[in-house]
Design a protein. Sequence first.
Length: 267
Amino acid sequence: MADEQTLALLGARRIVTDTELSELVLPKESRERLGWVEGWLSQPPFLFREWGLSRYIDGGFRAVFRGPSGTGKTMAAIAVARSTARPLFSIDLGAVESKHLAETEKKLSQLFEAADEANAILLFDEADALSGKRSEVGDAHDRYANLGVNYLMRRLEPFQGLAILTTNRSSDLDEDSISRIDVVVEFPRPDEAAREAIWQQLLGTVKLHPGENIDAAKLAKDYELSGAEILRAVRIASWFAASDDRNLDMDLLQAAAAERARMRGGL
């Protein structure tokens, strides 16, 4: 518990939900690679020593979850943590970084030490700086940020646990970052079949009585939404249904989905 308190003081926020890996709607290759992440956590640490690889590489594991916003990257991290009974902490790099690199290094060292003691998974959300060329420095602030990212990647090497870094960028990671990462899991925007599966899954969990005219296939075809957008559309439609004491029906779902589409169009 003391280690978790230390993590909280260092800008780490524990995330707890009941999301299961089986609930994720992902392409086959992405699901397979996510299985590698989960499988690594199930391997006893002594196996790495017995295989002899500890002479050349640390026992930790670094994964990058890459894809547009709303495609399930954070949810996947939550599901991995739940399936392996590990605490998951989301890291606010803004709370760790300092204009003085020595102070940043000190905080990161404390962060990783506390995470090791707590057997925790660390989630560095929206670590988009990893996708850029580090030579592209615009001002002093960028220089400090780049130094912090460089140090973060180096400091992760002796961390014995799982570190997950998410990015919204689709471009390739730079060579220095790629050399320090074990696996990249892609989270693409869902196609029509995936959208239909997400609509069906979410509507199946709603406790409100659904109307008979709900057509998940039509919703998936008519509205090109991400998984997170579909979730929010279902939530808003359910709220309207509960507020009006009526069944959750197609009209409400279409109105909510259309609103999400309008919001996207205004970005």
